[in-house]
Ligand binder design. Structure first.
Ligand code: CA
Length: 219
C-alpha cells in the first residue's frame, strides 16, 4: 500500500511514518498544502491522508479540488478534536473517513486497511463481454435496466467469464451467508437475466452446469 500523507507537524508526522513503515505501508510525506495538492492529483496512491490546517492550502481545499478534478483516491481527513464543522465539511467534500487528533497510529493503520479493501468508487464502470456492455454504475446492460439482484449476479458471472460460479456462492453473496432463502431464488433471477439477454438478441448466454452452478459464455 502506498499513501500520501500531508501533515505540517513535522515531529508528529515522523512518529506516524515510522510506525506506518513498520507495517509495510510506503509513505510520501509533504509538509505543505500546495505541494500536497500537486501530489494528491496524481494517480499514485491507494489513500491520501490530509491534515486540515496546513500552510498555503488547507486539507479541505485539497480535498475539494481533488474531487472537482475527478480524482477518486480515498481520503482520510485528520483534524483536532471537536472540529465538528470541519468533519461535516470534509464529508461533504467527499472524504471517505475522518480521524480526530490525537489519534493512535494503529487506528490510522486500521482505517487505511479498511479503505484499501473497499473497491474504488465506481464511476461509469463498464465491463464489456461479447456483445454486451455492463454498466456497474447505473446497473444496465446495453442500456436495459437490471434490478439490484440481477445486477449483483451478473457482476459475479461477468468477472469470471467462462468459469463456473457455484450457486451457493451466488446465494451467499447476493442474499447473505446465513440466508434463509432457498437456492431456487438464484434460478429465478438467472431466468430473469436470461430473458433480458434474449430481449437484447445477445449471444451471451448463462449456462447451467448441473449440480455446480452457472457460467457466462459467448456463443
Ligand atoms: Ca496542521
Amino acid at each position: 500500500m502506498r499513501i500520501l500523507y500531508v501533515e505540517d507537524e513535522k515531529f508528529l508526522a515522523e512518529a506516524v511514518i515510522h510506525l506506518l513503515k513498520k507495517d509495510k505501508i510506503s509513505v510520501d510525506h509533504v509538509l505543505d498544502g500546495e505541494e500536497g495538492l500537486e501530489l494528491a492529483l496524481k494517480p499514485n496512491y491507494d489513500v491520501v491522508v490530509l491534515d486540515i490546517m496546513l500552510p498555503h492550502l488547507s486539507g479541505l481545499e485539497i480535498l475539494k479540488i481533488m474531487r472537482e478534478r475527478g480524482v477518486k483516491t480515498p481520503v482520510i481527513m485528520l483534524s483536532a478534536l471537536n472540529e465538528v464543522e470541519d468533519k461535516i465539511k470534509g464529508l461533504d467534500y467527499g472524504a471517505d473517513d475522518y480521524l480526530a487528533k490525537p489519534f493512535k497510529t494503529a487506528e490510522l493503520i486500521a482505517r487505511l486497511r479498511a479503505l484499501c479493501r473497499r473497491p474504488a468508487i465506481a464511476s461509469d464502470t463498464i465491463i464489456e463481454y461479447g456483445d454486451i456492455k455492463f454498466n456497474l454504475n447505473n446497473r444496465t446492460i446495453n442500456e436495459i435496466e437490471l434490478t439490484d439482484k440481477e445486477s449483483e449476479i451478473l457482476e459475479m458471472l461477468i468477472k469470471k467469464p467462462g468459469a463456473v460460479v457455484p450457486k451457493e456462492q451466488i446465494l451467499a453473496h447476493v442474499w447473505g451467508a446465513d440466508s434463509e432463502f432457498e437456492d431456487n431464488y438464484v434460478e429465478v433471477y438467472i431466468s430473469y437475466l436470461r430473458k433480458k439477454l434474449k430481449n437484447l438478441n445477445s449471444r451471451v448466454e448463462i449456462k447451467t452446469i448441473r449440480n455446480l452452478g452457472y457460467k457466462l459464455i459467448y456463443v
